[in-house]
Design a protein around this ligand. Sequence first.
Ligand SMILES: Nc1nc2c(c(=O)[nH]1)N[C@H]1C(S)=C(S)[C@@H](COP(=O)(O)OP(=O)(O)OC[C@H]3O[C@@H](n4cnc5c(=O)[nH]c(N)nc54)[C@H](O)[C@@H]3O)O[C@H]1N2
Ligand SMILES: Nc1nc2c(c(=O)[nH]1)N[C@H]1C(S)=C(S)[C@@H](COP(=O)(O)OP(=O)(O)OC[C@H]3O[C@@H](n4cnc5c(=O)[nH]c(N)nc54)[C@H](O)[C@@H]3O)O[C@H]1N2
Ligand SMILES: [Mo]
Length: 667
Amino acid sequence: MDSRASACPLDCPDACTLSVSVEAGRVHAITGDERNPLTGGHICGNVQRFPQRVHGPERILRPAFREGPKGTGGFQEVSWDEALSRVAKELGSVRERFGGEAILPLSYGGSNGLLTQDTVDARLFRRLGASRLARTVCAAPTGSAAQGLYGKMPGVSFADYRQARLIVVWGANPAHSGIHLLPPIREAQLAGARLVVIDPRRTPLARRADRHLPILPGTDVALALGMIHYLFETGRADWTFLEQHAEGVEALRGRASEWPFDRVAEVTGLDGDSVRALAEEYASMRPAVIRVGWGLERNRNGGSAAAAVMALPAVAGHFGRRGGGYTMSNGAVWKLSREGVIGAPEASTRLVNMNHLGRMLLEGEPPIRCLFVYNANPAVTLPDSNRVMQGLRRDDLFTVVFDQVWTDTAREADVVLPATTFLEHAELAAGYGVPALRSAEPVIAPVGEARSNVEVFADLCRRTGVFQPGDLEDPMAIRNAIIESAPDASRVAGELSAQGLAVPASGFDPVQFVDVSPRTPSGRIELCPAALDAEAPAGLYAFQELEPEAPLTLISPATVHSISSSLAELIETPARLRMHYDDATARGLSSGDAVRVFNRRGEVHCQLEVTSDVRSGVVVLPKGLWRRHTANGQTASALAPDTLTDLGGGACFNDARVEVEARPHTD
Ligand SMILES: Nc1nc2c(c(=O)[nH]1)N[C@H]1C(S)=C(S)[C@@H](COP(=O)(O)OP(=O)(O)OC[C@H]3O[C@@H](n4cnc5c(=O)[nH]c(N)nc54)[C@H](O)[C@@H]3O)O[C@H]1N2
Ligand SMILES: Nc1nc2c(c(=O)[nH]1)N[C@H]1C(S)=C(S)[C@@H](COP(=O)(O)OP(=O)(O)OC[C@H]3O[C@@H](n4cnc5c(=O)[nH]c(N)nc54)[C@H](O)[C@@H]3O)O[C@H]1N2
Ligand SMILES: [Mo]
């Protein structure tokens, strides 16, 4: 058995380095390896299960054409040459007859690698003049807020949570979604730190927290503004720091003054005493750090909520010492550009928000005639998924799906193309929590006839006639060109070739306002940036009422069983809806009942689990499930509205209102 080095590129904040045991061309096991000192030998269950995807029965082995009507699932295997010439011909004829904007490429962070997205794929679609995609399904509101206030300044490292005296985990569930934050939190707690968790669910961390605030989804902006108001009102705002480093202080102070604790309590569903206690702890304990998660962004107030939460450390003066400040995404830590590799300027063609895929497929003008899906599984991961599915079934839509496994989206395709996994192609990947850049070589040959994104898009550039001399097509050359774009390229290249891993210029453990500072144009914190204020429908920090379309709020957070919908093909147990005892009793329901969760967009048929781990008024379905996991083929995404967040045009998965009732018979 051979042991080979690799790097996990799955969509997760952590950036694990891996050791892969290989025998006779097959992957046997994946374990952690110590090259990344921040993740060490500890890896999650998802990547450990990855060999079952690579060699599993759901793997797409050869290209295929649909046979029979859409949705009936019949496919006929074909050669790569047949498949690519048909795809190239369709791209060409759609462009000729309807214009390039009738083509929509649809991809998200499914591969999470720097080689497999926004390189040769972007070259093809830009040169074809295709519609552009706004990649908003995740991190759009938090990203806009982090950009507007701090220019995406690097965050407090996971390791430095050890130094904190107060840790606030706000809308994040690292026990499932980024496990390497747990040991530092545990160590800090053993050294006497207080832990606060703000989450509608009693998460694993909430169980061991000193304080759990089971907030109503979509109301975090009220809680954060209430805390800011308290800081100003009680004379604990750090005016010296604010004068030196921040703009927009008066605007923020004015907007926060509308949030006395009694109003905060009423809106958030929290008790006033715990809100006050949290505000007092945050004012007085230092260092204090906030882990800002993505759970709080997925609602109409999500951008303002993220901005208000990130404004807190500035107002309270928590920056400037190790273990103080905030952590949001560290995705922007690496200053790498792929524009040189793409070799085509970004066109000014129509910009399609991916959260509107369903309505765009059904109503878009000019109509989308060709949809090219890769690095994503939109049939189940985008909001209002019944409309997405209806759009995919349009007879006059030509759909290409390029994936590793037979996803629910692949089953709707006209042409299916088999993709390699990260164990079969070269990759360059950075984590967005642990900011390590890692390069990795393939550890096995492609399974079946799978090909990498770089290879397939390069071939399509040639077949569609958009290839230009000088275009980079070799993965190694592309990787080198991306590394070359780093300001300190030779150091990065040297570290990557010596150990497969590079440290960002700001280091692994920067202290905010000591080692790193805001990357805004002014170099100062913009607490109320004009652009965000203009973008948010009622202005930044305004609370938009959550008018009840139905009484319960459905949220669908990440679980340990999949990474978004990736690896969910390995989940064997059917979906369960989790509901609080009070809500169950009020409806005469109990654990094990067959239920129907519904609103006007869709319905999910599944089993009920009654629990005290979810606050009343809120119900939970897992994120990432496939159609097979519910009794009627719909998932949480079918119930999620395709309305957009206040900033960034993001998805409102946790802003779904539903009702639940017993189902008379099991289907
Ligand atoms: N195992 C695993 N790891 C993953 C993923 C996965 O699917 N599985 N997904 C990856 C991806 S793509 C991402 S973006 C990250 C996401 O990682 P997280 O930031 O942890 O995001 P979520 O799981 O969406 O939600 C986090 C928590 O927010 C809570 N929540 C929901 N609504 C609200 C609200 O309005 N306010 C507050 N305060 N809390 C709320 C949920 O109950 C949940 O516990 O994880 C990544 N890591
Ligand atoms: N209900 C609900 N839905 C959600 C969320 C939620 O909170 N609730 N959260 C959302 C979040 S946070 C995110 S990030 C999105 C993610 O949604 P998606 O971007 O759709 O991500 P995945 O479900 O991981 O699907 C990625 C697909 O890309 C394929 N892939 C991986 N690597 C490669 C490659 O190299 N080449 C090719 N061609 N394909 C590859 C994988 O096999 C997989 O099928 O889901 C969102 N969906
Ligand atoms: Mo995400």
